[in-house]
Design a protein around this ligand. Structure first.
Ligand SMILES: [Zn+2]
Length: 459
């Protein structure tokens, strides 16, 4: 077993829902044995789109038939691109309901998410055959789907078994692999956010979940150039890193081990339907730029002189909850995002006494907090190089986000989740706007007073 397979074996040991992950070159040929061992006899119902059918479905179909397993297939058109929606999952439920066949998702993000939801609704376990190392959702219990246009993560069961044939993964479009690299790289700032919450006594780090995601993260991210080239070892490591995320979330019970402010920023762009070059910007690309912004906030934060923080003045200036709710209404206007953000913000809002205690603690733990964060983080410059080497977007304009939109998004994403992150500590200290305004301007984009309109009441 190599390092990637060993770490996955560690994840399988703690998982109650996933029985097997076959991550190896030629793994497609093992699918019949895996199916018989973990699903029993029955018809395999392959769900793919035209692209993933060509990438893996056809070969899988041949392997299954050769092993005497009956096969049915439902191949969605590649164009228009299938959308991750409850409505699409409903059509699959309809097709699956006609028999008691075993659902087999052949694809990556969208296919896996809609099949995950359909299988869960039908109470059937499913097999996932991965076609790209493009995201961290293969092992996760949630399916991010839109319902009537609003995107949310719906709790479902993860696949019972996963086949990840490295020979298939490495031939995926390089762009998709860069999304996976970005999603995994986002675990660097996400880990920093957890350290912050841990030191401030808000959410303690759970060592087992931490170790699954962070234990080998540096190794798995170490070869961005080889990832871009589709080199087998680098792709195998990338897929292993992405798979471990689901195991960590399963044992921890939330997405904390994998997602912090980086994902909040990304989710806001995704919910706002961010488009660039004529298409929706992928989750991974949004995470790349969200992570970069978070690293910039951290580098500003860590450069501050904590002694200059006047706790009493900060507490006196802190808005009460109704002031925050007002700010949220101004940021989003009447919408479902607005209503949900008010609820999430209510969950994390603290009164002035608690805020005072928190800021006192921040001063007390500062030297140790700073040391831990510096050990966890990489500089924004280094992160940019890693993204570029992996062929991922590495500047906001690479995904069509100008300075003003970037700053608005970072400020508003504070409200999206009750989870404590760098955005919250900057808000608590009254430094958020200053930190956001200090995010370096994108080269070639006009900055100055006009670009920063609406962000002028800096404190
Ligand atoms: Zn993600």
């Amino acid at each position: 077993m190599n390092a990637a397979q060993q770490t996955i074996a560690g994840g399988l040991k703690v998982s109650k829902s996933i029985a097997a992950v076959d991550l190896s070159a030629g793994a497609l040929a093992h699918a019949p044995a895996l199916l018989k061992a973990h699903f029993g006899a029955g018809t395999a119902f392959l769900i793919a789109d035209e692209n993933t059918w060509a990438a893996a479905g056809l070969a899988l179909d041949a392997h299954l038939r050769a092993a005497g397993i009956p096969v049915k297939a439902h191949v969605l058109p590649a164009k228009p691109k299938p959308k991750p929606s409850v409505e699409l999952a409903q059509t699959l439920i309809g097709a699956l309901q006609e028999s008691d066949a075993i659902p087999v998702a052949v694809g990556s993000g969208v296919i896996n998410d809609v099949v995950k939801y359909a299988a869960y609704k039908l109470g059937r376990p499913y097999l996932c055959v991965a076609t790209a190392a493009s995201m961290d959702g293969y092992t996760s219990a949630g399916a991010p789907l839109s319902e009537k246009g609003f995107k949310k993560t719906i709790q479902c069961a993860p696949p019972r078994a996963i086949v990840a044939d490295v020979d298939v993964l490495r031939k995926a479009p390089p762009e998709m692999t860069s999304w996976g690299y970005s999603d995994l790289a986002g675990k660097i700032p996400a880990g920093a956010d957890w350290i912050l919450a841990d030191e401030l006594g808000i959410e303690a780090i759970a060592p087992a979940a931490w170790a699954l995601v962070q234990g080998h993260l540096r190794d798995f991210l170490a070869q961005p150039r080889n990832v871009a080239r589709g080199e087998s070892g680098a792709i195998e490591n990338l897929f292993a890193g992405l798979s471990l995320v689901g195991f960590a979330m399963e044992i921890y019970g939330s997405s904390r081990p994998a997602s912090g402010a980086d994902h909040q920023i990304a989710h806001l762009w995704e919910m706002q339907g961010l488009e660039h070059d004529g298409g929706l910007v992928s989750h991974g690309s949004c995470v790349a730029i969200g992570s970069l912004a978070v690293l910039q906030l951290y580098s500003w934060f860590l450069a501050q002189d904590i002694d200059r923080l006047d706790i009493e003045a900060t507490v006196a200036r802190a808005p009460d909850f109704s002031g925050k709710a007002e700010e949220i209404r101004r940021a989003f206007g009447p919408s479902e995002i607005c209503d949900r953000s008010i609820e999430e913000t209510r969950l994390k809002h603290v009164d002035k006494d608690v805020l005072r205690q928190r800021l006192i603690r921040l001063k007390e733990v500062w030297p140790r907090l700073k040391a831990r964060l510096e050990q966890q983080l990489v500089t924004p410059q280094r992160f940019t190089q890693m993204l570029r080497a992996a062929g991922a977007p590495a500047a906001p304009m690479d995904i069509g986000v100008d300075d003003r939109y970037l700053r608005q998004t970072v400020l508003s994403s504070l409200f999206l989740r009750s989870r404590y992150t760098i955005l919250d500590v900057l808000d608590d200290t009254g430094w958020l706007r200053a930190a956001v305004n200090a995010i370096p301007a994108t080269p070639g984009i006009t900055t100055g007073a006009a670009a920063h309109a609406g962000l002028s009441e800096d404190r």
